[in-house]
Design a protein around this ligand. Structure first.
Ligand SMILES: [Zn+2]
Length: 79
């Protein structure tokens, strides 16, 4: 499980305009913030990961989103 706070490493900027929850974009520089628990995860996670509340669960290059409306898509840059 990935338990580091990505905000300490990356600078996040919300993608504008906010993407349609029905078709969230994915990419190596795109991150999803779970609005229910504020966890930030990469949209193409290679290591097993999950947010605190279980809305986002990922691994193997795929992130499964239970409630897409509770996700903020952000672009991350290394600080
Ligand atoms: Zn969550």
């Amino acid at each position: 499980m990935l338990n580091i706070d990505l905000r300490k490493i990356y600078l996040f900027k919300p993608v504008e305009p906010a993407p349609d929850p029905a078709s969230l974009p994915v990419g190596g520089d795109l991150y999803y913030e779970c609005l229910d628990c504020t966890t930030v995860l990469n949209s193409v996670p290679h290591i097993k990961c999950a947010c605190v509340c279980g809305n986002l669960v990922g691994g193997g290059g795929e992130l499964k989103v239970s409630k897409p409306t509770q996700v903020r898509v952000m672009r991350g840059k290394l600080k």
